[in-house]
Design a protein around this ligand. Sequence first.
Ligand SMILES: C[S@@+](CC[C@H](N)C(=O)[O-])C[C@H]1O[C@@H](n2cnc3c(N)ncnc32)[C@H](O)[C@@H]1O
Length: 503
Amino acid sequence: MLDRSLTDALARDLAAASFTSEGVAALVGESAAAALTRMIAHPARRAALRRPGPLSTLVRALWLGDAVDEAALADALPQLGVDGAIALGLVERRGGTVAPLMAIRPHDYADALGEGSWWIASDLDELAGLWPLRPDHVLGVGGAARTLAHLLPLEPCSQALDLGTGCGIVALHLRRIAERVVATDISARALGFAELTAALNGVDGIELRLGSLFEPVAGERFDLIASNPPFVITPRTAGVPEYEYRDGGEPGDALMAAVVAGLAEHLVEGGQARLLGNWETVGDTTGLERARGWSEGGDVDAWAIERDALSPVGYAELWLRDGGTLPRDADHDRLLDAWLDDFEARGVREIGMGWLALRKHGGAPSLERFERIGHPVQLEHVGAHLASAFADAAALAALDDEALTAAHLVVSPDVTEARHQLPGAAGPTVIELRQGGGLGRTLSVDTALAALVGACDGELAIGQLVAAIAGLLEVDGDVLGADLLPRVRELLVTGFLRGVTER
Ligand SMILES: C[S@@+](CC[C@H](N)C(=O)[O-])C[C@H]1O[C@@H](n2cnc3c(N)ncnc32)[C@H](O)[C@@H]1O
């Protein structure tokens, strides 16, 4: 149990020293601060050493992991004091200096609910020259956690679960939406960091529980489940390092399958889940097809978005590098062999990486999409888009074609149209609808659909528009309607058109 008087004192000291992203950038300079995000410490250390003072000491100790002079730390932490920092497990006395035992770094966030900053406690890492990482290393905030935060629906809810909380970053995001958050982890060390993270930021309502997968929440249901699970596929070969933060200890992508399979019985009806994950293409079954299998029959609508896919060699290379093993290292080829042997033995041809969104339904599924979206996507739009797509799909499932024909729809304000025409041609050869928000899709459409979308200003019903366009194109109205209506449904779910549900 943390001593709240100590964590409060630490928070006051950090604030007083301007230990924020902005404050640190002002101290070390923008380019040195940017280098920190690329795990390059030296420019920041060099700048901080030139400008001694409380902020410089905190940057060196808590961000870069440098041992610092005891008097300087006492000066930087006037309320907590060095003894308080030792009592919190933040530092230890070592050979006349004080050495940090963990990292505390500011993390900024911004989304439709607002912006802010938290201090995140985690293990010291490469920035502190610690390499290789310990097997039970607890990650700070990385790109994956940032991405997952952007996938969350931002609608208020009652209960949320963060499965595999690590330093607690996703739990903090969930707590902005949910009245109560349960954050679990298999690592007691991780829960210790998550507890400190929450306390430092004065965030209550996060309950920490130790245990694997859904064990700690047996029999409980949530409105929202988020997880950045340890999805990295690692060969189960003796001598291959395993890292708790990235490796769930299962062969292949079995851990992902277990997480997805467990979601339905822990979601309330209408409850949603957002996950990051990897999926293997095994033989002729693509990764996305296998991901479909994980949720099938589970009373959930499911949407998997594959953002990238790597060959076994590319995948092994990525995670060997992440673990600090480079091609020049003695161990490299042995470890690469272990990865490739494992993929070969199981017939794995490719590994997809991406996002999974699920929604528990009470009846038949209304949305099942398993697709590759490799183009750049503006992440800040994604959470709201996924949530409204599930709502639209459910509303559409209840709407037969007759009712859809009577609906008045509007084109979304972020949609633009581009026409490409060969020089001298009478009309366009390609018409594209482009989406600024949502998943940033570009669709090639024919004249009829372009005309329909262009006319969707809510004034006339879809059936009236189809009839008018059929007249203009001199085609049969029923035939055109049968062609356009399924595509109107697709445009509603993908966010090009609106109007079926209130937003
Ligand atoms: C990739 S890290 C994510 C940490 C944090 N949520 C984030 O996004 O930065 C995965 C976390 O899952 C935890 N974990 C590993 N195996 C687990 C299991 N079987 N059940 C629950 N958590 C597990 C690890 O300890 C680690 O903290």
